[in-house]
Structure formats: C-alpha cells, structure tokens
Design a protein around this ligand. Structure first.
Ligand code: ZN
Length: 295
C-alpha cells in the first residue's frame, strides 16, 4: 500500500524538499484521483492524461521510419506507423505544470522540438501508520537501501525494442478491488514521504500475479521497502513492477506471455497487509497504471 519508490528515499527528505515544495504549489484545480475513467474517449492505450503522473500522446506525423524521440537524454516510446507516429511521454509525479517539450530526431532528417503542456493535478494526502523502523532507518537498513537504489537505477534504465504490433492495453495483474491511490501524498507515522507511485490491488496472500502484457523478466529480488519484487520489460522503455510478493515464480531472462503467472501476492516489505503494489514506468517515470487498463 505504501512502499516508497527507490528514487524517493524516506531518509533523504532534505534532498527532495524542492520536489515537495513544487508539489505543494499544485493546489490549483482539484481534478483528483480517477481522471482516467472518463467515458467516450477513443480506445487508445494508454489514455492521454497530461498531468504529473500521466501520459502525453504526441502526434509526430508521417515518416518512413520510426523517429527517435527523447525527453532530455531519456528515449521515449514511439508507436504507430509510417502514416502517423505517436510519442508516449511518461510525465513524472514531480513534474512542474506548464510548458514541456520533447526532441524528435527523424532518421536522416533535422532535429525538432515538439511542445506540450502539463496541467496541474492536486493529489490527496494519505496518512498511514507503519512500524517505526521502516520510517526512520537504522544505519544498516540505510546502507541496504542505498545499495538497492543503485541497483534499481540500472534496472529502470532498461530500453529495448518494442515488439511489432504491440497493443499497450494491459490486463489487470490480479483480480480484486483496485484503489485509486496513485499519486497520493503520503504521511507515514506523521512524517511526509514520497508520493505513492503505483496502484494497490486488494488480494489475499498467495493470489497469482499475472503478466499484463508480453514481457521479459529483468529483475527479481527482496527489497527493503518493496519486499518480494519482479520487474518486467515490455519494450520501448515501458516497464512494470510488482511488489510485496510472497513468492516469485520467475527468473531474470524469462519471457512471459500475457496472463502467465509470475508471482504470488504477499505482505513483504513496508506494508500494512497483503496486497499487490503495481507500478507502470514509461521513460523512467512512474505513471498511473489505470491509464493502461479498461475501467
Ligand atoms: Zn502501493
């Protein structure tokens, strides 16, 4: 329900004060929680939602070959065909609302910028009580976390080719009540921590966790906050992460089809009870998984 994401460390709050300050300024319009559940939108996956934690879909027009597109130095997922390419931009929860742009490098053509706008979104606050040792880390736990964070940075940088004809509509990895807790600003034991960067799905320990798309296992482990964890690579910088697992049924390098079991739900890591924490990452930004699944 509330493991921190590794790039947002509970005991490194000072380093993130600027981030939290920026997020505090987002208290503008109150479009909250499940903005993704609007009806009458065309069936495109993921749905567009140009807010922090959302996805921008940027039309790039026709080109004989798939153009390379970057947000800073990070490559973006580009879908479509020679008639019309579309760049999918994962917008970080920490993004500052306003103007943004990506860099398009067409094969054999001149580089250009494509602009878009990030609208503000105010996420609600969530207060949670957890064991104190998971909020104020001991030196040993701190060292463990730092080493895990360095390892996971390499996992998150994975970028492989997108498989052809890839649908990006995801199947829900476990049945169950899906919370709309993505993006919540969290306060653990009275202390502000990083926002919630995934979707929590209520399910009992042992419930099978199924691959939402074809993918390759790129990491498994038992992490301080996330507990038993599996990462899948779906190509093009689209990654998914499954946390708090009681059991991992796959190993790095395994290739899974949609619906294949990869693990079982549990309550490992920093949790208040068994559930699946599911994160979806695009260009190294955690985005709302709800944008990838049918309501
Ligand atoms: Zn969670």
């Amino acid at each position: 329900m509330h493991h921190p994401f590794p790039d947002l460390h509970p005991t490194a709050l000072s380093r993130r004060s600027a981030l939290f300050g920026a997020m505090g300024l987002l208290a503008l319009t109150a479009t909250h929680a499940s903005a993704s559940k609007k009806k009458n939108q065309p069936e495109v996956w993921p749905r567009a939602s140009q807010v922090p934690g959302g996805v921008a879909r940027l039309s790039l027009g026709p080109a004989a070959k798939r153009p390379s597109v970057f947000a800073g130095e990070v490559p973006l997922l580009v879908v479509g065909d020679a008639i019309d390419w579309t760049a999918l931009v994962g917008i970080p929860l920490a993004a500052v609302p306003g103007d943004a742009s990506v860099i398009v490098r067409p094969e054999g053509g001149a580089e250009k910028q494509v602009a878009y706008t990030v609208a503000p979104k105010q996420y609600r606050e969530q207060r949670l009580s957890v064991p104190p040792r998971t909020v104020d880390l001991s030196p040993d736990d701190e060292a463990r976390y730092e080493s895990e964070r360095a390892h996971l940075a390499t996992v998150m940088a994975t970028f492989t080719d997108l498989r052809p004809d890839a649908s990006l509509q995801m199947r829900v990895p476990v049945p169950g009540r899906r919370s709309s807790s993505f993006g919540l600003r969290r306060v653990f034991n009275g202390q502000s921590r990083n926002p919630h960067s995934g979707m929590d799905i209520a399910a009992g320990t042992g419930t099978p966790v199924l691959a939402p798309l074809p993918g390759r296992v790129i990491d498994t482990g038992d992490y301080f906050f996330n507990g038993g964890t599996v990462w899948l690579d779906h190509g093009g910088g689209l990654l998914t992460m499954y946390c708090h697992l009681s059991r991992v049924d796959v190993k790095v390098g395994d290739v899974l089809k949609t619906g294949e079991q990869l693990a079982a739900v549990g309550a490992t890591g920093r949790v208040t009870g068994p559930h699946l924490h599911w994160s979806v990452m695009l260009n190294r930004a955690m985005v709302d998984p709800a944008l990838f699944i049918a309501a």
